[in-house]
Design a protein around this ligand. Structure first.
Ligand SMILES: Nc1ncnc2c1ncn2[C@@H]1O[C@H](COP(=O)(O)OP(=O)(O)OP(=O)(O)O)[C@@H](O)[C@H]1O
Ligand SMILES: [Mg+2]
Length: 577
């Protein structure tokens, strides 16, 4: 149904006279009806460029894109591919075209000249199907991340496209909701003959029957080349942890057959080989150390409550007591809508509590900003002509001389994994999503605040970007700075945070409740996680599966990195002789 024949994409020639440079391709791809394809690749590998070609939004610089038998042209002689092809990208707000949810879903049908009665009927059933019936009159921008995603999906699927393209479209949902929605889209597509092509940066496996493509160096890596060693070397690709673990085991001769796509599969194999400890079973090598002595408070919340409707409304948060100490990295976890972003805004002083007090200590170092908040989609704040200008903006405001500004900005870019020689002169808007996110972070850490608040900082970052971010946070901590982050990525939380605050949305009108604890305890408390609607982290499940088989050696598992290290050492030690 869809074919790419030697298709390539090139960046336009630069105004400074640089020649056009091929970024992706030449590529061949065949996508038939009823098939689903997951496209993985590091930030900047060309996934979005490819999706834009398939959506008819960008012309290939070489080769052909065919939809059915028709060669698709872009530009004056081209045509819109809607409704045959529906495409959704990452940030929801710029994709809304209407001022109500209902209008949003009806819009695509109206644009096709479908009679009003049919538009009404199809819109109503799409609203019901996606659980949006009660939200028809709401402004799309006012919805939660999950509701926004369902609205955009409903608006695309109501026209029954033959092909649906999802470029990171569900990246900002909590993992439980994201997986559920993805599964539904993929399963339905396979059942009704629609083609799906999707990308993500989460270390989650393809669904059964889905085809995996890895984009590397501008071309697809054939599945046959995904050897155990290639999986381990693909550190920039968001391979599932179970795949990496089984690749390590295979190299040590402890895994036979196809590599595992997910933790379920590892559990099944290990169960056959001698049993899996039940959830919550104690770890033989001792509980991880309790949180050590903590420094003086940097941020204190006492009896804090907040409601969208002021004092009279039903509170989202109530009676919250919290203390974050200087030099701590603390994570906030909880499902969409549990109040994580609100807590960050309260801490930043962007919203006032409707009850209680929020207190920030004065910075320990003169002239340092007390607090800075990087919201989701921080790249919205990029506005410079070059990336260097953008990253250095804070220093410019402070009147720091140009040379020193450039030096500091280049250092901050290198810290977040953006090569300053390649990126300093780039026009910020032309960056890939992950590159933009790194750039926005560089603009904050170029002059780090006393308390750094981050909302979903890993969304859209590839594994290397996440590692760079973890390093940046650790360096801030070493300098006595404090970080509070809201994150859905429990693997990342385990690697960086010493403490975790779990927000659990109350039933009905009840406010969210808060449970705090040492990271290692919270992430192993399956009952608490279940209550909060958060799936157990993969590294905990895999540890439980591998430990009884004697494959982990004596190492204490704290996070994904220590699990992989333990598997490498343990499997080697247990190697059959
Ligand atoms: N005008 C340009 N000049 C130079 N490079 C460009 C230009 N436009 C895009 N690029 C580069 O092309 C590469 C591919 O971008 P693309 O957005 O397709 O990546 P991606 O795989 O979607 O990444 P992400 O995971 O971050 O979304 C990026 O490295 C980007 O910086
Ligand atoms: Mg992209």
């Amino acid at each position: 149904m869809i074919r790419l024949e030697g298709a390539a994409y090139a960046a336009p020639p630069s105004p400074a006279g640089g020649a056009a440079r091929t970024l992706v391709g030449p590529l061949d791809l065949v996508v038939s009806s009823g098939s689903s394809h997951l496209l993985l690749g590091r930030n900047g590998s060309g996934k979005t460029a490819l999706i834009r070609i398939l959506a008819g939004l960008a012309a290939p610089s070489a080769g052909r894109f065919l939809l059915g038998d028709e060669e698709i042209r872009v530009g004056p002689e081209g045509r819109s591919l809607w409704p045959e092809v529906g495409a959704l990208f990452e940030e929801p707000d710029p994709q809304f075209l209407s001022d109500t949810v209902e209008g949003e879903i009806a819009f695509g049908l109206e644009s096709l000249g479908i009679p009003p009665r049919e538009v009404r009927e199809r819109t109503a059933s799409a609203l019901a199907e996606f659980g949006l019936a009660a939200l028809g009159d709401r402004a799309p921008q006012s919805l939660s991340a999950g509701e926004k995603a369902r609205t955009l999906l409903a608006a695309a699927l109501v026209a029954a496209p033959r092909c649906l393209l999802l470029d990171q479209s569900l990246a900002h949902l909590d993992p439980g909701s994201r997986r559920e929605l993805e599964r539904r889209v993929v399963v339905e597509a396979m059942a009704c003959g629609r083609a799906v092509i999707r990308t993500h940066q989460e270390a989650e496996p393809p669904f059964p029957g889905e085809t995996l493509h890895v984009l590397e160096g501008g071309t697809f890596k054939p599945a046959s080349q995904l050897t155990p060693r290639a999986v381990l070397e693909g550190a920039g690709v968001p391979f599932p942890l179970a795949l990496r673990v089984s690749a390590l085991l295979a190299i040590e001769g402890r895994w036979s057959g196809p590599l595992a796509a997910d933790a379920d599969q590892v559990e099944r194999v290990m169960l056959g080989a001698g049993g899996v400890a039940p959830p919550g079973a104690s770890v033989p090598d001792g509980r991880p150390a309790p949180v050590g002595p903590r420094g003086p408070a940097a941020l204190t919340m006492r009896g804090v409550g907040w409601s969208a409707a002021g004092r009279r409304g039903a509170p989202l948060l109530s009676g919250l007591d919290l203390e974050i100490c200087r030099g701590e990295i603390v994570a906030l976890i909880g499902r969409s809508g549990s109040g994580k972003t609100t807590m960050l805004k309260l801490a930043a002083g962007l919203v006032d509590p409707t009850e209680g007090t929020v207190h920030l200590e004065r910075p320990s170092v003169p002239r340092v900003r007390p607090v800075a908040l990087a919201l989701e989609y921080p790249e919205r704040q990029l506005f410079g002509r070059t990336l260097l200008e953008d990253v250095a903006a804070l220093l410019w405001v402070e009147g720091i001389p140009a040379e020193e500004r450039a030096r500091s900005a280049r250092r901050a870019m290198a810290d977040v994994g953006l090569d300053p020689d390649r990126f300093a002169d780039r026009f910020p808007v032309s960056l890939s999503e992950g590159e933009k996110r790194r750039a926005a972070l560089a603009g904050v850490i170029v002059e780090p605040p006393e308390i750094l608040l981050l909302d979903e900082p890993t969304a859209g970052l590839d594994p290397e970007g996440r590692r760079a971010l973890a390093q940046v946070m650790n360096r801030l901590r070493e300098r006595g700075r404090t970080v509070l982050l809201a994150s859905h990525d429990l693997g990342f939380v385990a690697a960086v945070a010493s403490r975790v605050i779990v927000l659990t949305r109350g039933e009905g009108e009840a406010p969210s409740t808060v449970v705090q604890g040492a990271t290692a305890d919270v992430l192993r408390d399956d009952r608490l996680l279940t209550r909060a609607g958060i799936p157990e982290p993969d590294f905990v499940r895999l540890e439980r599966a591998l430990r009884p088989a004697g494959l982990l050696g004596p190492l204490v598992i704290r996070d994904e990195g220590s699990l992989l290290e333990a598997v490498a050492r343990g499997a080697a030690a247990a190697r059959p002789t």
